[in-house]
Design a binder for this molecule. Structure first.
Ligand SMILES: [Zn+2]
Length: 115
């Protein structure tokens, strides 16, 4: 049995690998569909739409994964919290650090992901 921290670290690695692979695949399909001359325009547009919609769905799933794995730590009071999916989805972020409302001190701060 692995402890929760090791399990969460592995989930973050899986999330990153899926995210990078999905981004590369989506960009490849979009550029191939846009640049290939010997396919019809409707096929090209359909490929681009399907790949972008699939990419958005994958990103929403990865955001859910990020929300449920580990905690966000408030920089003011060091409270660890699990915010709702919508607040994680709609918050500004860089990497896994998100601008969230703290459930304890009620201040909006840049909260780091901790596992
Ligand atoms: Zn706080």
């Amino acid at each position: 049995m692995k402890n929760e921290k090791e399990y969460n670290k592995e989930l973050f690695i899986v999330e990153a690998v899926i995210g990078v692979a999905a981004t590369i695949l989506m960009l490849f399909v979009v550029f191939a569909a846009a640049l290939l001359m010997n396919i019809q325009t409707t096929v090209s547009v359909a490929l681009i739409v399907v790949s972008i919609v699939s990419y958005i769905i994958i990103c929403l799933g990865l955001t859910k994964m990020e929300q449920i794995v580990g905690y966000y730590e408030c920089t003011k009071c060091h409270n660890k919290q699990k915010p709702s999916y919508s607040s994680v989805l709609w918050s500004m972020h860089f990497g896994r650090t998100r601008y969230l409302n703290c459930s304890k001190c009620h201040k909006k701060t840049w909260q780091k992901k901790v596992i």
